[in-house]
Design a protein around this ligand. Structure first.
Ligand code: NAP
Ligand code: HSE
Length: 428
């Protein structure tokens, strides 16, 4: 008897599943202890169904989700439509009907994961979502299984393939922002609304999931500070290179004495940091822990086949558990009371780019403002900008988020100083 699955959506990722089931059928069957068969696929309407059939896709396409959810022969529902609704309603209905669910939908899981997991638990159903974080990197299962003996203190990650691909093309190849985004969309890396990719929202969703698997705490999406790549200017890139750094969009989740903190921001990485050489669509998750010390998990963060590989791994896991009679085990069993870090405990070095009239005493005034918040300078660079304007770049020593917001407030009060950008700096 084959294990029958129903796909919700047949876009970039879902259409990679048949390739794996066909090309790796023997191994998959051995691991799952049963053949896995696509029984039905939900598409939006008859036009889409006819288009897919005409293109040679020989599947049973349906346009009503009940045809899948109410089908007693289907045991696993695979949601690959994306966005919150109707994915949330469909998954909830599938779980309530006793179906096991696989999804790659980080938007949904980061915001409504707790309620969906409660429905899954109530109905003794599995809800797995390995592909939701870092596409082809099996990071969630690694955190949940292989690293259970270790205590994780910090997770740093290049977590968005689209923005990392764009940054690489723009910085290394001189592409425009628009051309890089269009290519990321063409290659199937970007979300249907790429705002999530470029504004750090997609990576922030992933940070929420990593906080659960790595630290056992659920940080709300709204508590993840996030900033995207659109704020990075060519001047920032040039000065980073001059000072020995690479700028990347980095997710950072860490435990401090008062709780956990998570943020996604353009970050200055020293060129020798392992994350600094993660380019293109590649992602990496850099884990600091008390046992292993430092470890990094690297691979494609987006794209059809890498992501479908993670999805199929979840399907196989469920099929095997169905065979062994122990399905329903929670994907992540590490749960602690959530404590959010106090801003005074969250410390980093920072890069400041400040525009100021090029006149005597300005550096002294800047130093006085930073000193009034007990912030010390690591590196200072003054560049001539246009006409009478200078651009001052400061890399500070470590300061807390409280000091950061205080100094920004003070700089704001001085009309002479315009803060052009502020990014976190690692390794100072
Ligand atoms: P996609 O190419 O946009 O595919 C989604 C498909 O679902 C589209 O064909 C869409 O149709 C269809 N759909 C949307 N609403 C539907 C509905 N109500 N009924 C039936 N079909 C519906 O997206 P994707 O890139 O495959 O991503 C799927 C999921 O995987 C998302 O949650 C995404 O975040 C996640 N993911 C993607 C990647 C990646 O590399 N692409 C990596 C990791 C995770 P229309 O196009 O007509 O709307
Ligand atoms: N749009 C996402 C990215 C897909 O580019 O990383 C993988 O989650």
């Amino acid at each position: 008897m084959a294990v029958k699955i129903g796909l919700l959506g047949f876009g970039t990722v879902a259409s990679g599943i048949p390739f794996l089931l066909k090309e790796n059928g023997e191994k998959i069957r051995a691991a799952a202890k049963d053949k896995i068969e696509i029984a039905k696929i939900l598409v939006k309407d008859d036009d889409e169904k006819n288009r897919l059939l005409a293109a040679g896709n020989d599947y049973h396409f349906v346009t009503d989700v009940d045809a899948i959810i109410k089908d007693p022969d289907i045991s696993i529902v695979v949601e690959l439509m994306g966005r919150i609704e109707p994915a949330r309603t469909f998954i909830e209905a599938a779980l309530a009907a006793g179906k096991h669910v696989v999804s790659a939908n980080k938007d949904l899981l980061a915001v409504h994961g707790a309620e969906l997991l409660a429905v899954a638990k109530e109905h003794r159903a599995a809800l797995y979502y390995e592909a939701a974080v870092a596409g082809g990197i099996p990071i969630l299962r690694t955190l949940a299984n292989s690293l259970t003996s270790d205590k994780i203190t910090r997770i740093l990650g290049v977590l968005n393939g689209t923005s990392n691909f764009m940054m690489t093309q723009m910085v290394d190849e001189g592409w425009t922002y628009e051309a890089a985004l269009a290519k990321a969309q063409e290659l199937g890396y970007a979300e249907s609304d790429p705002t999530n990719d470029v504004e750090g929202i997609d990576a922030a969703y992933k940070a929420v999931l990593l906080s659960q698997f790595g630290f056992g705490m659920t940080i709300d999406f709204d508590q993840v500070l996030h900033q995207g790549i659109s704020t990075i200017t060519p001047d920032d890139v040039a000065v980073a290179q001059e000072l020995g750094y690479v700028i990347k969009l980095v997710g950072d989740i860490r435990e401090t004495p008062s709780g956990i903190a998570a943020e996604v921001s353009p970050t200055f990485l020293p060129k020798e940091h392992p994350l600094a050489s993660v380019n293109g669509v590649m992602n990496a998750v850099f884990v600091e822990s008390i046992g292993i010390g430092e470890s990094m998990y690297y691979g494609p963060g987006a794209g059809q086949k890498p992501t479908a590989t993670s999805v199929v791994a979840d399907i196989i896991r469920i099929a095997r558990r169905l065979h062994d009679g122990n399905v329903g085990k929670s994907f992540n069993e590490f749960v602690r009371e959530t404590q959010i870090a106090h801003p005074s405990d969250v410390k980093s070095a920072y890069y400041f780019a400040i525009s100021t009239p090029d006149k005597r005493g300005q550096l002294l005034r800047l130093a006085q403002i930073f000193n009034s918040e007990a912030i010390s300078f690591g590196q200072v660079l003054q560049q001539r900008a246009n006409g009478d304007t200078a651009r001052v770049v400061i890399i500070t020593h470590s300061l807390s988020r409280t000091q950061l917001s205080n100094v920004l407030e003070k700089l704001e009060e001085v009309a002479d100083f315009e803060v052009l950008n502020t990014f976190k700096v690692l390794g100072e």
